[in-house]
Design a protein around this ligand. Structure first.
Ligand code: IMP
Length: 186
């Protein structure tokens, strides 16, 4: 079974990735890795650069992942600045920004960058939904305010199994895992 490192500081992401990749012939291992992200409007560029720095340090086949929450009525904000916005104004601040907006549509985007020293590729996935009008008590990151399409409850309320049945990260992981299994079976 092919072993891939997930280089990140986010154990919540790892739990989701581990659970989903059980469906594929891949072994995933968590390696705590922190680096300063480059400033870019483009999640692909951020993930690719992070994967290069991670590979230079770790020297084993690895993935990194970058997510952004893009809110339609805020012209895509916070997008690539999602981490900074959560740390500063938080979910409450975002709900305040949306208080007079009837359009609550939003989209989570996940970009996975794979690097094995030879291949450096990205795989992306999206999940559309709505921003709720209050913060649910469960869930990490933006999960307490994001209601995926086709649901009436937030990702946080759904719990990990339901969330990953069709999350942004799951779609990106499917693309990555399909490519990876094909590539290593050659
Ligand atoms: P990152 O830069 O990929 O770590 O993510 C940007 C911000 O989005 C961070 O504050 C994360 O906590 C948050 N985030 C990333 N993925 C998710 C998710 O699946 N659900 C909710 N929040 C997330």
């Amino acid at each position: 079974m092919r072993k891939i490192i997930f280089a990140s500081t986010n154990e919540n992401k790892f739990k989701e990735i581990l659970l989903h990749l059980r469906n594929f012939d891949l072994e995933i291992e968590f390696l705590r890795f922190k680096t300063n992200e480059i400033q870019s409007e483009n999640l692909e560029d951020i993930a690719l650069e992070k994967s290069k720095v991670a590979f230079e340090r770790i020297g084993q086949p690895l993935i990194v992942e970058d997510t952004g929450l893009f809110i339609d009525s805020l012209n895509g904000f916070p997008g690539p600045y999602s981490s900074y916005v959560l740390q500063t104004i938080g979910n409450k601040g975002l709900l305040d920004l949306l208080s007079n907006k009837s359009n609550r549509l939003a989209c989570f985007r996940s970009v996975i960058a794979y690097n094995d020293g030879k291949n450096n590729l990205t795989f992306s996935g999206e999940a559309r939904g709505n921003i709720s009008d209050h913060i649910s008590e469960v869930g990490w990151g933006y999960d307490p305010i994001f209601i995926p399409e086709g649901s009436s409850i937030t990702y946080g309320q759904q719990g990990i199994t339901n969330k990953i049945s069709k999350s942004h990260r799951t779609h990106a992981l499917n693309h990555f895992a399909e490519w990876c299994c094909r590539y290593y079976s050659k």
